[in-house]
Write a protein that binds this ligand. Structure first.
Ligand code: ADP
Ligand code: MG
Length: 293
């Protein structure tokens, strides 16, 4: 049977919107040493605003956005949903994409109005090539400002770069401070995004370790390695985080806007996307453990 103190702690967490699926997770939460955070949609809101768009000379910005958003309709990625919202706000009529395939952490491809369209990260669209002249300014700004960059191609040619301002969640700095005072020794950012963008966000939050350009398998491997040194917690929102969430001693999913696959893989689900509430839950877990011992 689960001790009464643990049941009562779990219900206090639930009142804060922190769903702890079982008592074992609460006990692990009390002992976390290394804390991993995904970036996009976890440390940042993921509810990005489209602030600039640059296109190849062959296409108008509105049409570029319409094609990208048509495809993004079928993605659960936070930034994908923001691209769709930006297109709808501008009154663009989206097409239904066909033959859509998603590569978690990279982007997606499919047919839109007979064109083979791809949308996603810079690497997924342009590979290691330097940006063409029309895209250079947006690529540089995305890196400097820690924004989300979305890139698209049609029929194999790169044709648009979108600058999406993705703000750090209001409660993130406070949550990180609180977690450190609760005894978390190491905070690591584990992101699929580029190093420049990741470093801009990590620097403003005082996060010491940044692991950028992580595939879902690389995120999993980073956590598996850290587990040999102590108790790990991973917080994430995306399909690309699901394997890592399942591997950590405690996986925590952003439940309100995150992907269902993340919530299923995690032992803790934030029903309201508030990292400070997660910190309160860790404090509850530590106090409960102190009482139980
Ligand atoms: P994180 O691991 O920090 O959550 P992701 O790897 O999910 O980050 O996304 C990082 C970047 O990859 C985004 O900022 C965006 O540039 C790009 N990206 C990935 N998937 C998509 C998508 N479906 N649509 C648009 N951009 C995407
Ligand atoms: Mg994410």
């Amino acid at each position: 049977a689960v001790p009464v103190a643990i049941v009562s702690a779990m219900s206090r967490c639930a009142r804060r919107g922190v769903l702890v699926k079982h008592g074992g997770a609460l006990e692990k939460m009390a002992q976390v040493q290394t804390l991993f955070f995904d970036k996009t949609g976890t440390l940042t809101s993921g509810q990005a605003r489209l602030t600039a768009i640059a296109t190849a000379p062959s296409i108008q910005p509105a049409e570029a956005l319409r094609l990208a958003a048509s495809l993004e309709q079928l993605s659960t990625h936070a930034i994908a949903q923001a691209v769709v919202a930006a297109a709808l706000e501008r009154g663009l009529a989206l097409s239904l994409p066909q033959q859509v395939e998603e590569q978690p952490g990279a982007g997606l491809s499919g047919k839109v109005d007979g064109k083979a369209v791809r949308v996603g990260s810079y690497e997924a669209i342009a590979g290691r090539a330097p940006p063409p002249a029309w895209a250079a300014d947006i690529v540089a700004r995305v890196g400097d400002e820690g924004a989300a960059g979305v890139y698209t191609a049609a029929d194999r040619s790169f044709y648009a770069a979108l600058h999406m301002a993705d703000e750090i969640r209001k409660d993130t700095p406070r949550a990180l401070r609180l977690l450190r005072t609760l005894g978390v020794e190491r905070i690591v950012m584990l992101t699929g995004d580029r190093r420049d963008v990741a470093s801009a966000i990590a620097g403003s939050l005082g996060i010491d370790t940044v692991l950028p350009e992580q595939t879902p398998a690389a995120k999993l491997a980073a956590i598996a390695a850290a587990r040999t040194d102590g108790v790990t917690m991973m917080v994430g929102d995306g399909i690309n985080d699901a394997p890592a969430l399942a591997t950590a001693d405690v996986g925590v999913a952003m439940g309100a806007r995150g992907a269902a696959a993340a919530a299923e893989s995690a032992q803790v689900v934030l029903l309201v996307d508030r990292l400070d509430h997660l910190a309160f839950a860790v404090r509850i877990a530590r106090r409960t453990r102190a009482i139980a011992l």
